[in-house]
Design a protein around this ligand. Structure first.
Ligand SMILES: C[S@@+](CC[C@H](N)C(=O)[O-])C[C@H]1O[C@@H](n2cnc3c(N)ncnc32)[C@H](O)[C@@H]1O
Length: 191
């Protein structure tokens, strides 16, 4: 069985092309940011958000293998603020936005994504998304508050599905993660 973190990377890898504009909403240790930076290349743009200076530092270090970092912008801020930090010219043009929720591995487990904030950030992310773009959300059941966060996200996903968005969900047995995929495309053309 493919790990859902691996599946999220496979989906992002298929979806994102050289020159695209993408966002990592939770940079953490920078693994997702690195994947995105490699995919978009020197002509693309990557914006990475995290509330912790430690995560921004770790992500900066993780990116040292990149030859050209001109297109990568790391921002220490809450991901609810993404629409105000992303330049207006990119609104509606972002090809992929990835959320990898929970706490920073190796960091303070008390600093953790919060259900209401996460849901607000997802709503903001939609305003940035390109018509053919995708939002991936990896949420964990195994930590305190994880199940509440998943329930809150599932509620948002249901409402978005009712509004015509395409929502898909991959689950793994507890305490494994759940991967939500959100796009505007029809089932036939979406990954
Ligand atoms: C599981 S880690 C992310 C892993 C990361 N994507 C990677 O590849 O290593 C979750 C991160 O979310 C961050 N976070 C928590 N609340 C946040 C918020 N409101 N806005 C942005 N980042 C937040 C934490 O600081 C933590 O670094």
């Amino acid at each position: 069985m493919v790990l859902l973190k691996t599946l999220a990377h496979q989906i992002l890898s298929q979806k994102v092309n050289v020159g695209d504009i993408v966002i990592d909403a939770t940079t953490g240790n920078g693994n997702d940011t690195l994947l995105l930076a490699r995919k978009v290349g020197a002509t693309g743009r990557v914006f990475g958000f995290d509330i912790q200076p430690k995560a921004i530092t770790a992500t900066t270090k993780r990116l040292t293998s990149m030859y050209n970092l001109d297109g990568v912008t790391l921002i220490q801020a809450c991901h609810t603020l993404m629409p105000s930090f992303i330049p207006q010219e990119y609104h509606g043009r972002v090809k992929a936005i990835t959320f990898n929720l929970g706490y920073l591995p190796g960091g303070d487990p008390q600093i953790i994504t919060q259900p209401l904030i996460t849901c607000q950030a997802i709503q903001g992310a939609i305003t940035l998304l390109a018509p053919t773009g995708i939002i991936t959300i990896l949420a964990y059941q195994g930590h305190e508050g994880g199940s509440d966060e998943i329930s809150a996200i599932a509620g948002v996903m249901q409402r978005l599905s009712d509004q015509g968005f395409l929502v898909r969900q991959h689950t793994s047995p507890a305490p494994g993660p759940i991967l939500f995929l959100l796009s505007r495309e029809s089932e036939a053309t979406a990954l």
